[in-house]
Design a protein around this ligand. Structure first.
Ligand code: TYD
Length: 235
């Protein structure tokens, strides 16, 4: 494997066909509904863009035109059996990564995604009871093993998060208190098992405080990746 951080090389992920290693920086935001992920993605995106980085802000499901159709079907369409639901999220993710995320990373961009495969592991694997390991394998297969450099978990009591939402609840938001408590625990357990990738933050803090902690965690990573501009820390 080349030591040039800008080189595209093959990566190996246990038993999963692997795609090229990215040159850019890949960051995902995870957590329950209403925890403030989109606010944090936007704050970080503006900050990085103001420093001169190419930033691609995206989301799952729905980061591509096909993904928008899948998003509508998953969240607002007919009732789905859990396996169908898991496969539709995986299809959205496969297309999202192949058509948008990998090309952006290959250019050296910073990609910020509002949800990624850890949502499937928590919601479909644990929430729907399909099994975390199986759903993780499905997702890793879909994306040829591509994992974020950093995953920010915005942790919040689901009663508080769901209470912040406005409008009619979608299929997932309507899944019940127990479902949302289990997905929260699944995110926390997954984060605890891989502290090198995850940053867990208390999402009940003011948004600016959360944003400062995110910037501080990313600063060394962006410098190491050859960032053209330095990234502010806790300021
Ligand atoms: P999100 O876009 O965060 O919802 P909103 O725009 O309403 O804030 O995500 C939509 C829902 O999809 C959310 O309830 C979480 C769920 N989800 C899964 O169940 N599995 C997945 O793999 C992903 C990406 C999302």
């Amino acid at each position: 494997m080349s030591t040039d951080p800008a080189a595209i090389t093959d990566v190996q992920v246990d038993g999963v066909p692997a795609g090229p290693a990215p040159a850019g920086v890949f960051v995902s935001f995870e957590g329950g509904d209403g925890v403030g992920k989109s606010t944090q993605v936007a704050l970080l995106g503006h900050h990085l863009a103001s420093l001169g980085r190419e930033v691609v802000v995206t989301r799952e499901p729905g980061g591509t035109p096909l993904g928008l159709e899948l998003r509508r079907a998953i969240l607002h369409g007919e009732d789905l059996d859990p396996r169908t639901e898991a496969l539709l999220y995986a299809a959205d993710r496969a297309h999202h990564v192949a058509s948008l995320v990998r090309p952006a990373l290959a250019r050296g961009a910073v990609v910020l995604t509002d949800r990624y495969l850890d949502s499937s592991v928590a919601y479909q694997g644990t929430g729907r009871g399909l099994g975390a390991d199986e759903v993780e394998r499905l997702s890793l297969w879909a994306v040829q093993g591509l994992l974020p450099h950093v995953t920010v978990l915005l942790d919040l009591d689901p009663a508080v998060g769901l209470g912040r939402l406005t409008g009619d609840p979608d299929r997932l938001e309507s899944a019940g208190d127990d479902f949302h408590r289990r997905t929260r625990q699944a995110f926390l357990a997954r984060a605890a098992a891989d502290p090198g990738r995850w940053l867990v933050l208390d999402a009940s803090q003011p948004a600016e405080d959360v944003a400062a902690q995110v910037r501080a965690r990313l600063a060394p990573l962006l410098v190491a990746a050859g960032a053209a501009a330095s990234v502010g820390g806790a300021a």
